[in-house]
Design a protein around this ligand. Structure first.
Ligand code: DAU
Length: 337
């Protein structure tokens, strides 16, 4: 059988590795090339379960390396690119924005431009063998900025990124958009809310709470803990990405959110309550919750209106926050204990 080669960038990271596993479990006619730089956030063991499959190849490399990208396109004649690779941690972007601009902005441009050169003769002239070839850009709801107490982000919400991270993702979204409008390239973008679930890097809120709780350390909650995020179980996100990748309209963007708005203090209390039940000790884990200095420019609230992907493509999240967080806490207990 002739396999379709697709390029997945950042596949050793949290969402990318969950997506690769999801795709390979559901498809037999795809060969995935996973290009990942293996920064501190990439973990090859995330891919243990599929690393020996013959329809999977790992390449260590940087999306900013134009020669490498060119060589990969020549070797594999990719039929699609699904682009996860990014510097993703907001706190790091506040301390050191350079890498975010380099990887998220320049790296995305590099990939996109190589894909265009490989798939198209010129503006609006796609090579016959690449009529279906698609560039799927994975992005974030943070590009829309911060909400007050009410309202939801829709695909029409104007961009208003507040952190160097979200500004770099917003820039990359605009570059991708421009390749549709200028060159007629087949691109789609998905903007997701906060993901959680297995394989997330230790630095993010939910793994931090679980790890610090189990280690008997203070659980750091920024500011007053009232900031709100819309939590999306990572496998629901993967299903949404797969739908958009296969059925999304070229040039369109789709929001993917969990419809699970929770404030950070609620998240910490919920996790502590689960741990009190399944991993009890002499006092409640809640006593470890500790309020610390707020994040600079901390966005107050993110919340997504996912009706476009639900109505147009039939996507629906399978997990609600209660089912998802229970699975997640159990997964990290196995990892940390
Ligand atoms: C790490 C940490 C975070 N926080 C707060 C800050 C945020 O309000 C909330 C979640 O923080 P983080 O886990 O860093 O995630 P956040 O800044 O929302 O961004 C995430 O979600 C975004 C999607 O909304 C993604 O685009 C980002 O790549 C991803 O990192 O918890 C704490 O209160 N204490 C902590 O120790």
């Amino acid at each position: 059988m002739l396999l379709n080669n697709i390029l997945i960038t950042g596949g050793a990271g949290f969402i990318g590795s969950n997506f690769i596993e999801y795709l390979l479990n559901n498809e037999r006619d795809t060969h995935i090339v996973n290009l990942d730089k293996l920064t501190y956030a990439g973990e090859l063991s995330n891919l243990n379960e599929i690393e020996n499959q013959d329809n999977y190849t790992f390449v260590k490399g940087d999306i900013c390396d134009r020669n490498l990208i060119n060589k990969l396109f020549k070797t594999y004649d990719f039929k699609a690119v699904i682009h996860f690779a990014a510097e993703s941690h907001v706190d790091n972007s506040i301390e050191k924005p350079d890498e975010f601009i380099k990887t998220n902005v320049f790296g995305t441009f590099n990939l996109l431009d190589e894909a265009k050169n490989h798939w198209m003769h010129g503006p609006n002239n796609v090579k016959s063998e690449h009529l279906e070839s698609r560039f799927h850009h994975i992005s974030t709801d943070e590009v829309y900025g911060s909400l007050g107490e009410t309202g939801l982000f829709t695909e029409q919400t104007p961009y208003a990124p507040n952190s160097p991270y979200s500004a770099s993702k917003a820039s990359s979204d605009f570059i991708v958009r421009s390749y549709f409008h200028t060159y007629g390239m087949n691109v789609v973008t998905t903007n997701c809310s906060n993901n959680y679930g297995p394989k997330q890097h230790d630095e993010k809120l939910i793994p931090t709470i679980i790890r610090k709780a189990l280690n008997g350390e203070n659980i750091p909650i920024y500011g007053d803990g009232k900031n709100i995020r819309d939590w999306l179980y990572v496998l629901d996100h993967c299903k949404g990405i797969d739908l958009v990748y296969k059925k999304g309209k070229p040039g369109e963007t789709y929001n993917i959110g969990g419809n699970n708005e929770r404030n950070n203090l609620y998240i910490a209390n919920t996790i502590c309550q689960i741990l009190d039940e399944i991993q009890p000790k002499n006092k409640s884990y809640k006593e470890q919750i500790s309020f610390v200095k707020d994040r600079a420019g901390h966005d107050f609230r993110y919340a997504i209106d996912a009706s476009k992907i639900e109505n147009e493509l039939g996507w629906k999240a399978d997990e609600n926050f209660e089912t998802g967080i229970n699975k997640t806490v159990n997964w990290y207990i196995d990892k940390y204990l």
